[in-house]
Design a protein around this ligand. Sequence first.
Ligand SMILES: Cc1ncc(COP(=O)(O)OP(=O)(O)O)c(N)n1
Ligand SMILES: Cc1nc(C(=O)O)sc1CCOP(=O)(O)O
Ligand SMILES: [Mg+2]
Length: 215
Amino acid sequence: MSMRPLRNLRIRGLYAITPDSQNTNDLLDGTQQALTGGAQVIQYRNKSADKVLRKEQAGLLLQLCRQHEIPLIINDHIELAIEIGADGVHVGRDDISISTARKLLPPGKIIGASCYNNLESALEAEKQGADYVAFGAFYPSTTKPDAIPVSINLVNQARQIITKPIVGIGGIRLINAAVVIQNGCDAIAVCGDLFQAENIKVRAAQYARLFAGKL
Ligand SMILES: Cc1ncc(COP(=O)(O)OP(=O)(O)O)c(N)n1
Ligand SMILES: Cc1nc(C(=O)O)sc1CCOP(=O)(O)O
Ligand SMILES: [Mg+2]
């Protein structure tokens, strides 16, 4: 199977964030369903796995994402992203800086930056070379209960001044996703409402439909 880098690295549509899982088969099965349903980006985020399990899971997810020609972003662990040849890394305020990430990553890789509820951070992230900026949390999140809240209004303002793709995250569910998209997010990052769905493929397809005509 080809592990050639992807050419289309656009960040838009359903951006699936994997749940903490020790069970690699479940993780792969859920991600396969999300991809088949229409997820346009996968982020490997696992706060509970050790280094060995992270490497195993990330490597297998990369193979799966390559089969679907969808980018795999690694959360936090840039050394892992480099080691397996993933498509990029997502960094937040407790992670390495965007400029350091850019120096360490091979050319052409994606760097995503968390900007929470802060427009200035997003402008700075763009200046530092981020490929997309993420705002959140829009709604209470069970995945990250202590996430900083952000208003829909901020995306509206961001849309006027930010040129890179904007990702919305935090407590997004099928019933509130359309508002986040209509107010200017190019992508919506979803974990719980996707991976806890009874049928992940159907749920992903429902999210994908919200982007009809926009991809
Ligand atoms: C797309 C996306 N947006 C925001 C985050 C949160 O990143 P961070 O603040 O570094 O928190 P952790 O995810 O590391 O707990 C994200 N991962 N992805
Ligand atoms: C990882 C993460 N970051 C957030 C932020 O606001 O920066 S909210 C969040 C959790 C996303 O999972 P769910 O879709 O289950 O709420
Ligand atoms: Mg982080």
